[in-house]
Design a protein around this ligand. Sequence first.
Ligand SMILES: Nc1ncnc2c1ncn2[C@@H]1O[C@H](COP(=O)(O)OP(=O)(O)O)[C@@H](O)[C@H]1O
Ligand SMILES: [Mg+2]
Length: 254
Amino acid sequence: MLTLPRTADALLDVRVSGKRYDTRVVLDSISLTIKAGEIVSLVGPSGCGKSTLLRIIAGLDRNYDGDVLLDSQRQQGPSSRVGVVFQEPRLLPWLDVANNVAFPAGPRRGSDPRVGELLAQVGLANARSSLPKHLSGGMAQRVAIARGLFTNPDLLLLDEPFSAVDAITRMRLQDLLLSLVSGGKTATLLVTHDLDEALYLADRVLLMTPSGHGGAGRIAREIAIPDGRPRDRNGPWLAAARGKLLESLGVSGS
Ligand SMILES: Nc1ncnc2c1ncn2[C@@H]1O[C@H](COP(=O)(O)OP(=O)(O)O)[C@@H](O)[C@H]1O
Ligand SMILES: [Mg+2]
């Protein structure tokens, strides 16, 4: 088990000593910290507990042992300081794009000036009056990202946000995410099962694996990516880090 030190300058400080579904332990001795502006990826095989951990950090699940601190304050539930983007866009079908983006402020707040700003940033300035059924999968996910950033959160949590789109759209969305969060104060925690996505986007990659005892998820390894941005998707740093991750997963990296 990797125990990361508690750092005074952490924006997010997570300690989950245990999380059960009924009698089954699914998370065990998790500790992680994220600083303001940092981009951290959490990777690991399906079922190891990534979404469970993200839901705990988002304040959507309070049934666990431990604590989640944001700026040293205990999270008591969902907060406007934390934006969340899921694998599916989860847009409200009866609201247009503008009202979906502004939904964190209330159901009909689409005229808020922040909506136009965000839609321009995600390349959807012309779609503000469209209904979700008229959007492609990639467009809908851009709306979801804009909604996640609507409150100007300190922390953006994303759970496999690009898994449902085609490979080219996926790369475009990855670059869009970087343009929105890199170099800014918003910290990002991205859950993905895609090692290349994790390595391309993150300053640090945390590898979560099921433990030998009952399969409860633990953070087994942390890899810092010293490569600056923009990054070469096939660059030497990423290849070396991919090899380390594969080795930790018990898969040959060559
Ligand atoms: N609501 C639930 N009730 C019972 N078991 C659950 C529930 N959600 C997830 N699990 C189980 O907890 C484990 C971790 O799930 P999850 O966090 O979704 O993993 P991941 O996101 O890494 O694929 C899995 O074994 C899954 O079957
Ligand atoms: Mg998941």
